[in-house]
Design a protein around this ligand. Structure first.
Ligand code: ADP
Ligand code: ADP
Length: 225
């Protein structure tokens, strides 16, 4: 098992955002967490990427993540593409992408991964010297995903990659995410758009009010509705 989340709870002060959430991601698997606004999806991805639940356990490749600081979680192979993208709008596309590789020292491997990001999103190669703040929303999302890939993840955490993006680019972004999986990267994606998520994910968990309701393969859950 690549990632095991057991009985995870997170509270903001007295407000419980996640309660006893358990889920798993296998190596190379594409798992989606579905749920409406406020269900706890971002909180779940943040708890994993920072290894900081209020209670519960997080295991990656069988090892506990809990004693690790956030940068060490990246070093273990978990990279987060957060909600709101968190890019540097005044820096160029290429600089934003390279920031994802900040912990890596093998330059040749970093260059090879940059080529791969450019193959996934050719527009980012064309616009490498453009500052990110002048890109469209969809293009900024591509930069955010590309930056997370530059950390060379075994598990990529994606927080609502299609939110606020025009339909055409949304299809392009989901296609790219499928190709990322095909290259061997496991994906845990938070998404409100159930239809799109069920089309691309292998397995789905439905999060409601901080708890996991239904879960199963996309084929099972897709045929319920
Ligand atoms: P989702 O990503 O599914 O929209 P979130 O994880 O962002 O859900 O939020 C889950 C719940 O936790 C919501 O009720 C939200 O208002 C609350 N919440 C999220 N972040 C904070 C925070 N920093 N402080 C207090 N409450 C928060
Ligand atoms: P959206 O479709 O998300 O609203 P825009 O209308 O802002 O995007 O941009 C449309 C296209 O023009 C995009 O390809 C974007 O990268 C490009 N663009 C927007 N602003 C600038 C700029 N200041 N300099 C160069 N290209 C730009």
């Amino acid at each position: 098992m690549l990632l095991e989340v057991r009985e995870l709870s997170v509270a903001y002060g007295k407000a419980v955002a996640l309660e006893n959430v358990s889920l798993e991601v296998r190596a190379g698997e594409f798992v989606a967490v579905l749920g409406p606004n406020g269900a706890g999806k971002s909180t779940l991805l943040k708890a994993i990427s920072r290894a900081q639940p209020s209670s519960g356990t997080l295991r990656f490749r069988g090892e506990s993540l809990q004693p690790l600081p956030a940068h060490a979680v990246v070093g273990k192979g978990i990279c987060h593409c957060p909600e709101g993208r968190r890019l540097f709008p005044e820096l160029t596309v290429i600089k934003n992408l390279m920031l994802g590789a900040w912990l890596r020292s093998d330059r040749a491997a970093v260059e090879a991964d940059l080529d791969q990001v450019h193959r996934l999103f050719p527009v980012l190669k064309e616009r490498g010297a453009q500052v990110v703040g002048t890109l469209s929303g969809g293009q900024q999302q591509m930069v955010a995903i590309g930056r997370a890939l530059m950390g060379r993840p075994a598990l990529l955490l994606l927080d609502e990659p299609s939110v606020g993006i025009a339909h055409r680019l949304k299809v392009e972004i989901f296609d790219a995410i499928k190709r990322i999986q095909a290259n061997g990267t496991a994906i845990l994606m938070a998404e409100q758009d159930a239809q799109s998520a069920l089309r691309v994910a292998d397995r789905v968990y439905v999060l409601e009010h901080g708890q996991v309701g239904r879960s199963g393969s996309s084929a099972e859950l897709g045929s319920d509705d």
